[in-house]
Design a protein around this ligand. Structure first.
Ligand SMILES: [Zn+2]
Length: 246
């Protein structure tokens, strides 16, 4: 960036950087979001987006229960309305649920009233399904701009990004998901995975479920502690904001 600026390509470079920052999970230009802890931490937070989803959310709950691990699920409000009982199962199993909007739009291009509506609709779907829940919010596709974060803050919500991506959107083989995640683990990681599909119920997440099983079995013996996002945020709450940028 600096080199480019000095050569006179300031505005072009700034525009590229601004576009990058609006989507980059650990970018902080557009407001502070939680992206994990410093790598000195031995904590890891598994997060799952785009559920609830039948049957893979339930399969995932079985795996997490077997390992006695609690995770964080960012649910799509529309899916919650379709299958509220799955959302209730997630909560009953001790996991945390957060807001992932009602229809999963890229909020970067939406009006302020639309953004607010998406967050509120999802919140009320969650409220109807599970009652009181966390104030955590994850923007679809990681897309955000100052208005998105300001509106979330106005609604009392706290934005959570990630610093490890599982690249499991297109359901690659479990071994591939596991390998991609494993090589990014440093400690203090928030791992992005998917138990659902943004478009509809029924996305095949069997490979993510298998990868989860293997990742926990692999990293727990190395001394890592699997926690949910509120647990991770609760510690070092003054130096975690901004998190660790890999
Ligand atoms: Zn999503």
């Amino acid at each position: 960036m600096l080199t480019l600026a000095l050569t006179g390509a300031v505005s072009a470079a700034a525009a590229v950087a601004a576009g990058y920052q609006s989507m980059a999970p650990t970018g902080q230009w557009y407001g502070q979001t939680f992206t994990g802890l410093h790598p000195a931490s031995r904590q890891i937070a598994l997060t799952y987006d785009d559920g609830p989803n039948d049957p893979h959310t339930m399969r995932l709950l079985e795996v997490l229960a077997r390992h006695d691990v609690r995770a964080t699920f960012f649910l799509i409000g529309g899916h919650v309305k379709q299958r509220p009982e799955i959302a209730r199962e997630i909560v009953a199993a001790g996991h945390v649920v957060g807001n992932h909007t009602f229809t999963h739009p890229l909020l970067t291009f939406k009006s302020e009233s639309h953004i607010r509506h998406e967050l509120e609709q999802c919140r009320s779907a969650l409220q109807d399904a599970v009652g009181e829940h966390s104030n955590l919010f994850r923007p679809p596709f990681g897309g955000r701009r100052p208005a998105v974060l300001r509106i979330a803050r106005d609604l009392g919500m706290s934005a959570v990004m990630w610093n490890v991506t599982g690249y499991d959107w297109n359901a690659p083989p479990a071994a591939k998901i596991e390998r991609k995640v494993a090589k990014q683990i440093r400690g203090g990681n928030v791992i992005l995975l998917h138990d659902g599909g943004r478009k509809q119920m029924g996305a095949d997440r069997s490979q993510t479920v298998i990868a989860t099983d293997h990742l926990i079995a692999r990293f727990k013996p190395e001394g890592y502690e699997f926690v949910n996002i509120p647990q991770m945020m609760g510690k070092n709450s003054h130096n975690q904001v901004g998190g660790f940028t890999p």
